[in-house]
Ligand binder design. Sequence first.
Ligand code: NAD
Ligand code: IPM
Ligand code: MN
Length: 351
Amino acid sequence: MTQTLLLLPGDGIGPEVAAAAVRVAQAVAPDLLIQTDLVGGSAYDAHGTPLSDDTLKRAKASDAVLLGAVGGPKWTDVPRDKRPEMGLLRLRKELDVFANLRPAFCFPALAEASSLKHEMVEGLDIMIVRELTGGVYFGEPRGIDTDENGVRRGYETSVYTAPEVERITRVAMDIARGRGGRLTSVDKSNVMESGLFWRQEVTAVHAKEGEGVALSHMLADACAMELVRKPKQFDVILADNLFGDILSDAAAMLTGSIGMLPSASIGAPGTPGLFEPVHGSAPDIAGQGFANPSAMILSLAMALRWSLGRVEAADKVRDAVARALDSGARTRDLGGSLSTEDMCNAILAGL
Ligand code: NAD
Ligand code: IPM
Ligand code: MN
């Protein structure tokens, strides 16, 4: 049966890196049916909404969704519920892709490109498991209004239910078992009720089902510090939606550039996963043709692995990126001068 990949290039550098990913997909999975649709600001411009019902329907009917990036200064004054980022959040929620896997992997050739000393990041291989459909991103009530004393205020609600923490803990434990067996759960249980609850639930699930996994806990601020102090101490990091967002950007820089970091968002077995680079639409460099396409191409590799069951093709893509880097191919974010297209050519040559 033909497999379908829904490509949502999005905004800014999204379409630039998406074009590169399509070339790689055509090379390693020529039978894959790639459909393209709008999301984010570009969807808002065309349809007045950052994610149309029609696009959502196509996403749910596809085997995997590959998304570039959304957002940009053009849409700053758009009503909040129509902002590009809301399209992405709705897509994650509707696909119920609650487990966001963000591998911070330092390709050997890039140990020198990190802002840390190379011996600190050489061989670095961390998996951040970020809860993606709950927490403060979605909790109610939220808003900007005026309290009973006439004082303006802005607020949201950080809330997790037991089933939400249980299912993400299970995913993180499964992933830890397939790697070094060490899981560090991150929270702010010293300050937040939802953080204390998170720690209690993770501990309880691990006590019942955690055979083969060594669990430890760390406060989120300390984890940020440890990530830049001694990153190789980590194997798998489990974090809620907000802390996972922040810590994965920090981890990205360990690998050389945020332009290197892919992600996979997974839900229940048999449902389409959502694959996207960790980086955004990079408005500062959009339209200039020198964005690093690696994170997007590695996100394609994750789609091949996690949703499309094409592990061999996924390995080929990852090896090709490594080979391109070994040969000295570098975009500007990595200290080189290659354009997006030339970096893609180097990766295709690596295939
Ligand atoms: P960003 O990730 O877009 O950019 C941060 C910095 O990294 C910029 O200097 C940018 O030029 C650089 N960068 C990012 N990707 C790169 C690549 N592939 N190659 C080379 N350099 C790269 O983050 P930001 O500037 O904070 O956000 C810009 C917009 O993107 C915002 O609207 C934000 O909401 C959105 N955003 C979207 C996603 C997503 O769609 N998944 C993720 C993060 C941010
Ligand atoms: C990410 C982004 C998104 C997030 C934004 C664009 C909604 O920063 O995927 O890391 O905060 O989850
Ligand atoms: Mn982010």
